[in-house]
Structure formats: structure tokens, C-alpha cells
Design a protein around this ligand. Structure first.
Ligand SMILES: Cc1cc2nc3c(=O)[nH]c(=O)nc-3n(C[C@H](O)[C@H](O)[C@H](O)COP(=O)(O)O)c2cc1C
Length: 399
């Protein structure tokens, strides 16, 4: 047993760490030695430096929740592997002395196309949770999407961010309740709602279950008898009778999207589409945008990488609405590849939580800074001075 622990410690400290299968990374504990871990956010050279510190800081069960995929984590791994299948196609002797990474989306200008995906329960990773993420998003002028499973109420997060913020909606099993929550998000100042549609009926988060077994603490001590994830304990369900309520709806169809469209003045997006057919339906049902996502490999197992799904969605949408994508983005070059294949904006999930878990707000800021500066260099490499100049010609699929 001690041998196995020593081996896991060795793995976590080794440069091989970044290349480990994700499930192994979830369980390998970094040693925390000063030679291996950066001491402050600004020392992080890439997001993996932040990952290691976050791994040391975050309790194992919560780390398992962050890192888990489903079943054997093939979709999770596919998200990453897909980026390696593309290479950049450089262009030279272009004046790249000025590179503008700015993105305008629904009338708002952001510093870069890299945005913060909705991730639930951020206080499980750092005491300030979503508030620290919001302050970082504000300071870097990045789009942030707040999860329905937020550990801080939407009003406080909007106040920390200064707005505008987008709200991610898990409808719960009662669609009338969902509309109440949508109204609350709109009142708080959110300008868009992204309905997550990729988790209609549960999932098997194996790595999380293994990590819970490895955690010696009692969940009930913090989460109460109802355990982690209970709706009643969630700030967005305050004042709502959660008896018998499930987190998501397995009977939701496009009719709800139509209803939501009529109900709210916020922009409506659907998060979790991966096919051209569904993207065409999103346009038909009046969505303002689609998000190509497989929930960071946490929904359907042995699915495609989002980068592989992106082109058919882009083709079906045909420029009528923005196409956002997330899943597996760990480098600015990854973001460039997604933009080249037609994404309007590129989301990150786990990487900014690594920043959060490592150093709080400065860690999230460092995540954005690192990825943005990598993206800038990638743009220079392909001779693109603005997002518009990133075309499919900027990438080539490996032979
Ligand atoms: C710990 C964790 C919690 C998440 N919570 C939510 C959520 O509440 N709502 C949602 O729509 N997606 C959620 N996601 C999915 C992310 O929004 C995003 O699609 C995914 O993390 C992107 O992949 P990446 O982590 O590889 O960057 C979560 C992902 C993780 C890792």
C-alpha cells in the first residue's frame, strides 16, 4: 500500500503528470514540496502548474468531483486528444505588431473569446468560490456563466462581477420551478440563460466514487444528512419546495425552449448540443446561441470530442447564431484550433477551478492570463490579427 502511495506521489511530482490518464491524475497526490509547486499565482507558467497546487489544496473527494468523467472516461480523454490531432498552419511576414483578441457577443465586448464555463459548488474548491471567479472575470473582462448549482446566490455573484453575467439553467424536474429561477436570474441582472441539456437522466461518475472512498472525512459533517448536491441546500433553491424535485428533467423537449423563449427577455442558449440536427432545431426554436459541450466528458460516455462535433454544428447553424464550445481546452493553441473550426468563443471549466483552488481570485486571473497570452502567440503564429482572421486555413489535421 505504501509502495502504491509512493508511486502516486512520484507520478504527481513528475513532468509526466500532465500526460497521465485523467483518472490517475485524480488520485495521485502531489507531494507539495517547494520544488514541485509554484508558490504564487504569477509563477504559474501554464495551467498545469495551477492544477498541481489545486490538487494539493483541495480535499480528495472534492478533487474527484472536479476531475471525474463518467464510466471509463473515454469522452473526457477524447476531448483532450482531439486537440492534438490538429496542428497550426503558420503564415509569415504578416504585420502582427497589433493583435486584437476582443470579442463582441450580444452587444458586449470581452477582452478575449475565452470564457468561464458554469461549474457548480465552487466553495468546494476554495472558500470564496464563485465570488472569487466573478472578481477575476471582471478584472480580466471575461464572460462568466454562473451555474445553477452555484454555492453563492446569483445576486451576490452579479454584484461581485458587476455584470453582465450569464446564467446556466438546470431545469430540475419541474419546469415551472425552472421558470421561477430564470425570473430570479433575470431580476438579478443576468443577460443570457444557457439551458444545459446533456444530463437528462443521471450519470456514472466512477472516479468521483473512488475519490469519495479515499476521503476519510464524513460528508454529512459539512453537507448535512441529505448529502452533497441536495437541492434544498442550494442558494438558487431558497424559498422553493424541493420535495421530490430532481436536479434535471428527463422529459424536457424543445417545447420548453419555446416556452422559455417566450418567458424571458434574456438571450436563450442551449448548452450540451453535439449534432448538426440538434443545432438546426436550436435555430428553428429561436435560440440565440448554441454551446457545443459534452459537459467536460461528464455526460454521455464514449462520445465524440467536442472539437470533433463542432464542425457539423457550425455547418448546420450556418452563421445565424453564435456557436460556443468547451471541453478539454488547456492551451491557447487549443482555443485557436476551436476558433479556426468555427467557434465564436471557447469555454474553460476545470482549468480556472485549478486557478481558484490554488490561489483564489489571483489563480483564476492567472489561468485567464496564461491562456490568453498563449492564444495571442498562436494568433501571431498563424498571422491572425483579429478573431475574424482566424480561418479554417489556420489549422491542419495531422496526416
Ligand atoms: C466540477 C464540474 C462541475 C460542473 N458543473 C456544471 C454545471 O453546474 N452546469 C453545467 O452546465 N456544466 C457544468 N460543468 C461542465 C462545464 O460547464 C463545462 O462544460 C466543462 O467543464 C468544460 O470542460 P473542461 O472542464 O474540460 O474545460 C461542470 C464541470 C465540472 C468539471
Amino acid at each position: 500500500m505504501e509502495d502504491r502511495r509512493a508511486f502516486l506521489r512520484f507520478l504527481a511530482a513528475s513532468p509526466l503528470y500532465a500526460g497521465l490518464p485523467l483518472a490517475a491524475r485524480a488520485l495521485a497526490q502531489p507531494t507539495g514540496g517547494p520544488d514541485e509547486l509554484v508558490a504564487k499565482a504569477s509563477d504559474a507558467l501554464d495551467v498545469f502548474d495551477l492544477e498541481k497546487v489545486a490538487h494539493r489544496n483541495i480535499p480528495v473527494a472534492h478533487w474527484g468531483y472536479l476531475m471525474t468523467g463518467v464510466d471509463g472516461e473515454e469522452t473526457l480523454n477524447a476531448n483532450h486528444a482531439a486537440y492534438a490531432r490538429y496542428q497550426l498552419r503558420t503564415r509569415r511576414l504578416v504585420d502582427v505588431s497589433k493583435v486584437d483578441m476582443g470579442l463582441e457577443l450580444f452587444g458586449i465586448r470581452y477582452a478575449s473569446p475565452i470564457f468561464l464555463c458554469p461549474l457548480g459548488s465552487q466553495k468546494a474548491f476554495q472558500a470564496e468560490g464563485e465570488l472569487a471567479s466573478a472578481r477575476a472575470a471582471k478584472s480580466r473582462n471575461a464572460l462568466q456563466i454562473l451555474s445553477s448549482a452555484t454555492s453563492t446566490g446569483v445576486e451576490d455573484v452579479v454584484a461581485a462581477h458587476g455584470g453582465p453575467l450569464w446564467y446556466q439553467l438546470y431545469t430540475s424536474s419541474n419546469l415551472d420551478v425552472a421558470l421561477k429561477i430564470v425570473a430570479r436570474a433575470e431580476r438579478a441582472g443576468c443577460t443570457a440563460v444557457a439551458v444545459t441539456v446533456d444530463l437528462p437522466a443521471g450519470r456514472n461518475t466512477e472516479t468521483l466514487s473512488r475519490a469519495i472512498r479515499a476521503d476519510t472525512r464524513q460528508c454529512a459533517a459539512c453537507h448535512g444528512a441529505a448529502g452533497p448536491g441536495a437541492l434544498a441546500a442550494r442558494p438558487m433553491y431558497q424559498g422553493i419546495d424541493t420535495t421530490g424535485l430532481l436536479n434535471t428533467s428527463s422529459s424536457m423537449t424543445w417545447d420548453f425552449i419555446r416556452r422559455l423563449r417566450d418567458f424571458t427577455r434574456m438571450k436563450v442558449l442551449v448548452k450540451g448540443l453535439e449534432s448538426g440536427e440538434d443545432a438546426a432545431l436550436a435555430v428553428k426554436y429561436g435560440c440565440d446561441g448554441v454551446m457545443v459541450s459534452n459537459h467536460g466528458g461528464r455526460a454521455t460516455e464514449t462520445g465524440r470530442a467536442t472539437l470533433e462535433s463542432l464542425p457539423e454544428v457550425v455547418a448546420a447553424v450556418h452563421g445565424r447564431i453564435p456557436v460556443l464550445v468547451d471541453g478539454g481546452v488547456r492551451r491557447g493553441t487549443d482555443a485557436l484550433k476551436a476558433l479556426a473550426l468555427g467557434a465564436t468563443a471557447v469555454g474553460i471549466g476545470r482549468p480556472y477551478i485549478w486557478g481558484l483552488g490554488a490561489f483564489g481570485q489571483p489563480g483564476v486571473e492567472r489561468t485567464l492570463d496564461v491562456l490568453n497570452s498563449e492564444l495571442r502567440l498562436a494568433m501571431v503564429g498563424v498571422g491572425a490579427r483579429s478573431l475574424k482572421e482566424i480561418t479554417p486555413a489556420a489549422v491542419i489535421r495531422r496526416a
